[in-house]
Write a protein that binds this ligand. Structure first.
Ligand code: DX5
Ligand code: ZN
Length: 223
């Protein structure tokens, strides 16, 4: 499978959201990455259901919803109904993660687990068959435009080896500070979904930037 590109709507111009959604629609992006922050799990608040439903109305691609909220079980069904195709919850925000993953799948969505930079991947040993996707945070969650944490490469490799032979279809998503200087190395390490917010939306030509990320051939690059 070729890797997927998921531009993060958090970096869009909200006064021109329709225009920015159209830009993603017309690009080679695969998903819309949608960041939901509650001001409790992370020190920031992004947006909620009305905005998500509006994005869904105009987006021509699946919505990859990243929940940076405490106790996400309360809202899973509402996120599904608001248009989520992928629902990712944080390991650190769930007491009964196995149950939460099952609930997401029961809704017909793909189930993802996100790990903060300080959370080791080995904590997913007993869950690796159940998750459709693991999102490795390469910045501390809460804000776009932060500096990429280099430790991420080792985490991706470690996760790959945990998933080997147990969940070969696992999607490994990297989120935070992703750009064209680190994307190829991330793919080489084993990532197959790249989220990019500021790098895409501050580019002179975002459609072309997305195309460049999509058409990277990791085998030909240096890790
Ligand atoms: C951060 C969010 C990210 C963010 C990425 O908490 O989860 O998805 O939008 O933005 P960049 O690519 O600018 O780091
Ligand atoms: Zn995110």
């Amino acid at each position: 499978m070729s890797h997927l590109i998921a531009p993060s709507v958090l970096a869009a111009d909200f006064a021109n959201l329709g225009r920015d959604i159209e830009m993603i629609n017309s690009s080679e992006a695969d998903w819309f990455h949608v960041d939901i922050m509650d001001g409790v799990f992370v020190p920031n608040i992004s947006f909620g259901f009305p905005v998500l439903e509006t994005i869904r109305k105009y987006a021509g691609k699946p919505l990859d919803v990243h929940l940076m909220i405490t106790d996400p079980d309360r809202y899973l069904e509402r996120f599904k109904n608001a248009g989520a195709s992928v629902i990712t919850v944080h390991y650190e925000a769930c007491t009964h993660l196995h149950r939460t993953i099952a609930a997401i799948k029961d809704l017909g969505c793909r189930a993802g687990v996100a790990l903060n930079p300080h959370t080791p991947v080995h904590l997913l040993e007993d869950l690796i068959e159940d998750a459709d996707l693991v999102l490795i945070m390469s910045v501390n969650p809460g804000f776009g435009g932060q500096k990429f944490i280099n430790r991420t490469y080792d985490k991706i490799r470690a996760l790959k080896s945990i998933a080997a032979g147990r969940n070969e279809n696992l999607l490994i998503e990297v989120d935070g500070g992703v750009n064209l200087s680190n994307a190829a190395a991330l793919l080489c390490a084993g990532a197959n979904v790249l989220v990019a917010g500021n790098f895409v939306f501050t580019a002179k030509d975002p459609v072309n930037t997305i195309s460049e990320m999509k058409n990277l051939i990791p085998g030909l690059m240096q890790a």
